[in-house]
Design a protein around this ligand. Structure first.
Ligand SMILES: C[S@@+](CC[C@H](N)C(=O)[O-])C[C@H]1O[C@@H](n2cnc3c(N)ncnc32)[C@H](O)[C@@H]1O
Length: 238
């Protein structure tokens, strides 16, 4: 039996990548999408920060009715379109060049069954706006995959019940195509307790994907997931 349904070393999305890049994408795709085909099949999926559509593609193959990919950088969209040219999936994929929050605020409630937010919630200062938009648009499911800050807090802990929800500021390079598009490079990394508090507030049930309990033997390219510095949540509307 094949280990993965999608092998990025053989897909155009993995072109030029190293073994660790392919292994990372194979496992991300497996845990975020393939093993949840029932969430994707026959559904309208919004893929935020879709880049080239590298994780939109598996949604198409898993039977999504339609995938709308939002990406700010046109050159990435062009590469994505190229990859789907001459495939049966071309007509089911719509790329839109837009800022995520401009797009979300223009969208209507119930327009999407699923909202994917992979690799973005640590490249923005607008985490709260994201959750507010999920609440307003009300998809059945939202799946989040993000870097997280750890809950280090050296004083004032007694003022909080449990683990305090925190956003930690960092400065990125906006010229890097994977990073924020905001000119000053400022972004926040959320903590897990921030993400969980926000899921509670928007009235979504959620669970974290436990990568360490999976049968991953080779963690090459996956070290951040292993250490809990990158996490994924599946949230369902109550
Ligand atoms: C780290 S990549 C994530 C790509 C893919 N979703 C994944 O998980 O592999 C982040 C993407 O977000 C895009 N991006 C960053 N800020 C954005 C914004 N405000 N609106 C739209 N796209 C944005 C970047 O251009 C980049 O392609």
């Amino acid at each position: 039996m094949k280990e993965f349904m999608f092998d990025y070393s053989k897909l155009p999305y993995g072109e030029g990548g190293r073994y660790s890049d392919h292994n990372r994408f194979n496992w991300r795709c497996e845990n975020l999408l393939t093993r949840h085909q029932e969430i994707i099949k026959d559904k309208v999926v919004l893929d935020l920060a879709c880049n080239t559509g590298r994780l939109s593609y598996p949604c198409l193959v898993l039977g999504a009715k339609k995938v709308i990919g939002i990406e700010a950088r046109q050159e990435l969209i062009e590469r994505g379109k190229q990859n789907l040219q001459n495939t049966e999936y071309k007509s089911k994929m719509e790329f839109i060049k837009a800022d995520i929050f401009d797009y979300l605020s223009s969208a209507s409630p119930q327009q999407f069954d699923v909202i994917l937010c992979f690799g973005f919630l640590y490249h923005t200062v607008r985490q709260v706006d994201f959750f507010r938009e999920v609440k307003r648009l009300s998809p059945q499911t939202t799946i989040i995959d993000t870097n997280v800050a750890k809950n280090y807090l050296w004083y004032g802990l007694k003022n909080f019940l449990g683990k305090p929800p925190i956003l930690q500021m960092i400065v990125e390079n906006p010229n890097k195509t994977s990073d924020t598009t905001d000119d000053d490079g400022i972004a926040f990394w959320p903590t897990c307790s921030f993400l969980e508090s926000m899921f509670d507030r928007i009235n979504y049930d959620y669970h974290q994907i436990d990568y360490r309990s999976k049968e991953i033997k080779n963690w090459s390219g996956m070290e951040d997931y292993k250490k809990g510095l990158r996490v994924s949540y599946i949230g369902h509307r109550k």
